[in-house]
Design a protein around this ligand. Structure first.
Ligand code: SAH
Length: 223
């Protein structure tokens, strides 16, 4: 597991971060490991300087290319759900974006594989992972709608962009008892779903967590 070296990046007061963590607790985030990792991860580094003063507000913010860094509550919720059945070795994230969600996961699981279709976003995120010495994040510039099948099966898959329907490819890249956390639907109509593979069968159970609003999962890649 990686751990963030926060020497020299502690520009934001502990009090500001403490307030964010308290807010997440108030909204029902109970996993202390998740709360601790959010507290030590410098979200301001994942934003453009002009927006970094808002980094510890519980809100989604633009990161360019018509994309957004997810709201901390949603990051915490999805991470908590993914970890709810025990420790995970290998996790796939679809939609690296700013890299914030991947950075959180990298401190809680052994390996994070993250794919992004917009090249400049990925380049920025990669340089942050290096700066924060998060060496267990492996990235790819590709269309995550078909998963990333070269790495074998994943204990967990998390999608941070919403398809209209769950792609079968993602289901078939889940390890036995693996979990998929994914927003599904269009526009205002999305719901966050937890899909769990039943043992080593190809049966999947589905649970709706809550209404959410993510950017759409798009096909292909862009330079
Ligand atoms: N996890 C990100 C959230 C970024 S928003 C963060 O913490 O900042 C969702 C991201 O998904 C966007 O960057 C978008 O470009 C990307 N995306 C959308 N469709 C995709 C696809 N098919 N494959 C890979 N990435 C995709």
């Amino acid at each position: 597991m990686g751990s963030v070296d926060f020497d020299g990046v502690g520009m934001t007061s502990q009090r500001t971060r403490g307030r964010l963590v308290q807010r997440l607790k108030d909204q029902g985030i109970t996993d202390q490991k998740v709360l601790d990792v959010i507290r030590v991860t410098p979200r301001h580094l994942f934003l453009d300087e002009a927006l970094s003063h808002r980094a510890y507000e519980d809100t989604a913010l633009p990161i360019g290319h018509a994309q957004t860094i997810s709201q901390p509550y949603i990051v915490a919720l999805m991470t908590q759900i993914l970890l709810s059945r025990g420790p995970l070795k290998r996790v796939l994230e679809i939609g690296t974006g700013s890299g914030y969600q991947a950075a959180i996961l990298a401190q809680l699981v052994d390996e994070v594989y993250s794919v992004e279709r917009i090249k400049p976003l990925l380049i920025k995120a990669r340089s942050l992972f290096r700066q924060l010495r998060l060496r267990n994040i492996i990235t790819s510039h590709s269309d995550g709608g078909v998963g990333w099948s070269e790495n074998g099966l994943y204990d967990g898959i998390i999608a941070t962009a919403a398809p209209e329907q769950v792609p079968d490819e993602l289901l078939y890249q889940l390890a036995p008892d693996g979990l998929l956390v994914i927003p599904v639907g269009t526009g205002e109509q999305q719901e966050l779903r937890l899909i769990s593979r039943q043992g080593d069968t190809y049966k999947f159970e589905e649970e709706v967590i809550e209404r959410v609003r993510f950017v759409p999962l798009l096909g292909g890649t862009s330079r």
